[in-house]
Structure formats: structure tokens, C-alpha cells
Design a protein around this ligand. Structure first.
Ligand SMILES: [Zn+2]
Length: 94
């Protein structure tokens, strides 16, 4: 990554957990299906990729979603939200 070329380096892609697909048909209703994935490329480029979320969950990248927005919602993985400290963006007034 070239220094100074981008405003913020902490970019997270949004991953969607799909228990129907990953846990062998268990009827688990996922309450927090959205996870954050460290994006080393533009999230749009990672769309559809299977990645490891920062909390350890295996998720599929949903490139059209933005973690800054999804992570603040109630359906976001609490662990991912805490690890990315997404809440801070809400309190920092612009
Ligand atoms: Zn997570």
C-alpha cells in the first residue's frame, strides 16, 4: 500500500455468514449474519469471495455493503463491531 494515497487504511469488507451452507444443514437462525473482513483490496473486488471474518467466522463477501453502515446495525456481529470499533464513527461529529 502506498502511503499517502488513501485517506483511510482501515477498510473492511462486509461478509455474510450463511449457516445453511457452512454447518451442514443445521437450521440455525443467524441473528448476526454480518461480519467484518479485513479488506486488502477494494471490497467490490472481493465480492463473492469466501473469507475469514476478523472474529473467526467464515463468510462470503458482500461487496455492495459497507461495513461502516452495516456494522452499526443490530444485525452485525457484536464481536466484529467491537473489534473494528465501528461505534466510534457515530460519536465523531463532522
Ligand atoms: Zn464476526
Amino acid at each position: 500500500m502506498k502511503p499517502g494515497t488513501q485517506g483511510f487504511v482501515d477498510t473492511y469488507a462486509v461478509g455474510f455468514a450463511r449457516p445453511d451452507r457452512w454447518s451442514g444443514g443445521e437450521p440455525a437462525e443467524e441473528q448476526h449474519p454480518w461480519h467484518a473482513v479485513e479488506a486488502h483490496r477494494a471490497p467490490a473486488e472481493l465480492d463473492g469471495e469466501i473469507e475469514l471474518a476478523i472474529c473467526g467466522a467464515i463468510v462470503q463477501i458482500w461487496g455492495s455493503q459497507r461495513w461502516e453502515r452495516v456494522g452499526a446495525g443490530r444485525t452485525a456481529c457484536p464481536t466484529c463491531a467491537r473489534l473494528t470499533a465501528v461505534g466510534r464513527t457515530l460519536t465523531s461529529a463532522r
